[in-house]
Design a protein around this ligand. Structure first.
Ligand code: FES
Length: 160
């Protein structure tokens, strides 16, 4: 199952769970910033009016499903469903955040180091989670661009 929404921190039980998760991740080498992204999951979910939905599975088996809404060549909204580890969740949240408001061309230039800079620190063995997040966005951009070109060519054909 993909993670769909925000974690619920309402009950005392959740709060003690959150503390446990925080301590565990912090001890594994995640920065406070990265843990916040993992727990708050600001861009987790789907878009019912997405212009593009693309899914990518990494060699580790973790999977991301990216939803983008494009308006006049600019990414108006971006969400992602993640089936994966805390590193995958945290970095996917950052990639969506970086993509929002950018033109397609600008979004193509988002690099692993841009995501790492925002996360501040994640364990070395989790660097590939950032890679998967960036590649998932690039796949969505690529597939959207191809589909748009094909549609436009179709429109042109219809004019003759
Ligand atoms: Fe594969 Fe995190 S372990 S993306």
């Amino acid at each position: 199952m993909f993670r769909e929404g925000m974690m619920n921190h309402d009950s005392a039980k959740d709060s003690s769970n959150t503390t446990g998760i925080w301590e565990m991740l912090s001890g594994s080498g995640y920065s406070n910033k990265a843990i916040e992204y993992y727990l708050n999951q600001p861009n987790m979910g789907s878009l019912s009016d997405a212009d593009q939905i693309s899914e990518l599975t990494g060699p580790c088996g973790d999977t991301m499903k990216v939803f983008i809404k494009v308006d006049d060549g600019r990414i108006k909204d971006a969400k992602v469903q993640v089936l994966g580890c805390p590193g995958a969740v945290a970095s996917a949240m950052v990639v969506m955040e970086l993509a929002k408001g950018k033109t397609l061309e600008e979004a193509f230039t988002i690099r692993d180091r841009d995501v790492y800079r925002i996360l501040e620190e994640i364990p070395d063995k989790k660097q590939h989670c950032i890679r998967l997040s960036v590649k998932s966005l690039q796949k969505a951009l690529d597939e959207y661009s191809r589909a748009t070109v094909i549609t436009n060519e179709g429109d042109n054909d219809a004019n003759f």
